[in-house]
Design a protein around this ligand. Sequence first.
Ligand SMILES: C=C(NCc1c(COP(=O)(O)O)cnc(C)c1O)C(=O)O
Length: 420
Amino acid sequence: RLTWTRTAALEAEAVASLSCSRHGRAFLDGIGSGSSQGEPACECYACYGGSDCSELLPDCPADADSGDPLFLEPFWMQRAESSAVMVSGWHRMSYQITKGTMLSIELEKHIRKLHSVIRNANETGKFMLFGDGSTQLLNAAVHALSYNTSSPAHVVAAAPYYGAYEAQTNFFKCEDYEWEGDAFQWKNTSDSSVNFIEFVTSPNNPDGLLRHPVIQGPFAKAIHDHAYYWPHFTAIPSMVDEEIMLFTLSKITGHAGTRFGWALIKDEEVYNRMLKYISINTIGFSHESQLRALKLLKVVLQGGGKDMFQFGYKTLSDRWRKLSTSLSLSKRFSLQKIAPQYCTFFLGIREPSPGYAWLKCEMEEDEDCERVLSGAGIIGRTGSIFGASKRYVRLSLLKSQDDFDWLLHRIKALVAQEAI
Ligand SMILES: C=C(NCc1c(COP(=O)(O)O)cnc(C)c1O)C(=O)O
């Protein structure tokens, strides 16, 4: 018999019962939740409107800019009961969780179990640190690796690279490090007086390809960003085991809004410097986020992790197949090439299922590919943000089904124009 949780449970179920014509959903903290009726408004997916999201907005562009991972929302809606968590008004009000630490021991245990079940990363003997998204851990790692260097460390990444590395490094720039662009430009440098810190993103954002460090040698350190090294985005050919490895709940379960990431770190000194950065920056991390992450990972781990990763892989591989089939008819546009590869998790060859399409405008006159696509009602992210040519555009395949359907519709119309 429910007692103090009854009201919260009734509120949650009332909001969840709003179907929003299956082209949106309502949230407990949605607009209007404070009104007398108490019924929050439907929040519609792109290109749908009206109080119940039943109206298709005809001239709406297909927005494929952000890596907002809503493709997994249906999976969680189908598991409402097992994935919900009740937060009492007095839940963990202290800054600390257990004596002296701000990490949930149970959550750390489940993360280690996740890596050992998926066999994507070796967590044995590694220090674990949480972050406010893995975004917070990016600069924490640069800080820890550039500490006490005689001259500013060169922070680099192989183009095309995830734009946050450049944006963050320039924003937080200090005498210990500075952004030095494309790692390929420094590949053969023989200047041993320079320390390099290379962001290695594997699989890569934006092209989804598995990667290794470009800069080699005793003065090169790497931050391995494995945000997408999970079976729904890529084959897992082997277990990675690096000095610093970063992961994020955003891309595993799709809960970007929970703002929860973690780092596995080999060296204790590097770990302590990153821990000090996080402590000074935010005095640790949200306990509500940790509680929710624990609940979600327990669901992921049910049945050995197969359910969610199968769901995600099927969704993304279907999307990739539909998009690449449509664009295979085009002479004007091309996509990155991703070969089918053996996966040690699915124990078989798996088809490509990248989170993003890295589209190239092949015609001489189409130098600004973002402009070409926006003229056709498609919003993408220009290649220059990734340190690449404006001849490229990144298209997100991670968003809601409505978002993807609308993108595919616009792409097909654009390719059909070539025949005219
Ligand atoms: C949201 C997007 N990227 C998230 C991301 C992040 C950030 O993840 P958070 O944990 O949500 O902060 C880190 N590393 C890589 C390679 C990423 O692609 C994007 O590219 O649109």
